[in-house]
Design a protein around this ligand. Structure first.
Ligand SMILES: Nc1nc2c(ncn2[C@@H]2O[C@H](COP(=O)(O)OP(=O)(O)OP(=O)(O)O)[C@@H](O)[C@H]2O)c(=O)[nH]1
Ligand SMILES: [Mg+2]
Length: 381
């Protein structure tokens, strides 16, 4: 909790190399969350600051405009050039209660190892610190790379997926989480760009099992790291479609000097009419986040309430304590007794408010956490 006024703050980190879909995933969280809460008038999700609002609006317009025009190219969304923070607020209306999700976006190339020896290195170490300190780590994974790389290029997969770099970052995170055992710890493996492989988004064949098998195989070291360094952490698997209405036409390896093996896999898509975004899996991601956070929020909030109760009880007994006939007369005469009573009243009010906040916080998170998850979600721990 950041201050006494019921703002709960959670850090969410994303770990993926360049061009996988980090920025797109973050941009979709707001819209999906708002849709999820559309029928609930007591809770709303909004952007916490103007830069976040601008970035999300730009990303949404870019993608939805292109899909409506039936144009979808891999280079459509520009690569992120600088770290930026997305701040979303979940608010219980009229309660002054807020849960703030802080999500860091950064150029995935930095994770791969680019930008050494420049000012970027300093910025990247700040990003690393944020990632290591996050309550939740989301790992977007390029499904096309896993499913359509072909046998000839199978040996390049680990390098293109940045498995080593991800493992290093996860190890640092897991060790941190182990030390903060009372805080949430969750890692979510999220294959993206999987519209073609999953039948529930219109794919012609159901390759859900094969996709999961490949993720578990390629990231087996990362799974081992989490299980050993932070055994209490929840490990989840959840494929996500951020567009849903596109379909892979081909994936070809092209020459690219800076890429591992000097090659890069370039997918080509066609847009399924009417070109309207049909997201899948993001609702489950939001539910997962809420479930994970509800217990921690409860502990934090109850701790504040308990402190305030102790303070309130102490102030009351201090206000009413008898100190002898002449001393009591003096306390009334100089106004000290009244001052103590006013202090006790204000501490009692703080305690009552704190209790109310605890309850409304629960109502918000529990309602979201209680949503039934879809068939895409799997537990890996
Ligand atoms: N088909 C498909 N394409 C996606 C999906 N998510 C992202 N993309 C596309 O993948 C490309 C890269 O997405 P970004 O969100 O920019 O990736 P990033 O991880 O932020 O990349 P950097 O900023 O370079 O680190 C863009 O062209 C997106 O439109 C998805 O779920 N399905
Ligand atoms: Mg980006």
């Amino acid at each position: 909790m950041t201050d006494d006024r019921s703002v709960f703050e959670y850090k969410i980190g994303l770990l993926a190399p360049s061009r996988v879909g980090k920025s797109t995933l973050i941009a979709s969280l707001l819209t999906e969350g708002q849709q999820l809460l559309a029928r609930d008038s007591s809770v709303h999700l909004l952007t916490a600051d103007r830069p976040t609002a601008h970035r999300l609006a730009a990303a949404y317009n870019l993608v939805s405009g292109a899909l409506k025009a039936r144009v979808f190219q891999p280079g459509l969304v520009p690569s992120t050039s600088d770290p930026s923070w997305f701040r979303l607020l979940l608010e219980a209306r009229g309660q002054g209660l807020q849960i703030r999700f802080n999500i860091l976006d950064y150029p995935g190339a930095w994770l791969e190892g680019a930008g050494e020896g420049t000012e970027d290195e300093q910025k990247w170490s700040e990003c690393e610190a944020f990632l290591a300190d996050s309550s939740v780590l989301i790992l977007p994974i390029d499904s096309v790379l896993l499913m359509d790389a072909g046998d000839d290029h199978a040996h390049l997969l680990a390098a293109h997926l940045s498995v080593f770099q991800i493992n290093q970052a996860v190890l640092r995170w897991a060790k941190n989480r182990r030390e903060l055992a009372g805080e949430p710890a969750m890692i979510v493996f999220c294959p993206v760009k999987c519209e073609t492989y999953l039948s529930d988004s219109g794919g012609l064949q159901d390759q859900a099992g094969a996709l999961r098998g490949k993720v578990v195989d390629q990231f087996s070291e990362v799974l081992k790291t989490v299980r050993e360094a932070a055994p209490h952490a929840a490990i989840r698997y959840l494929p996500i479609d951020t567009f849903g209405c596109v379909e892979l036409v081909s994936a070809r390896w092209l020459h690219a000097e800076a890429s591992p093996g000097s090659e890069i896999l370039v997918p080509k898509y066609r847009v399924r009419p009417p070109g309207q975004i049909v997201r899948k899996g993001l609702d489950d991601l939001i539910t997962l986040l809420c479930r994970q956070l509800v217990d921690t929020a409860r502990t934090q909030s109850e701790r504040t309430t308990a402190t305030r109760q102790t303070v309130a009880l102490h102030s009351r007994s201090y206000a009413e304590v008898r100190e002898g006939f002449f001393r009591d007369l003096w306390l009334s005469f100089n106004g000290e007794r009244d001052r103590r009573k006013r202090a006790a009243d204000s501490d009692a009010l703080l305690f009552t408010e704190s209790q109310r906040t605890t309850q409304s916080l629960f109502d918000v998170l529990t309602a979201l956490a209680a949503r039934e998850s879809g068939p895409r979600l799997h537990h890996l721990s």
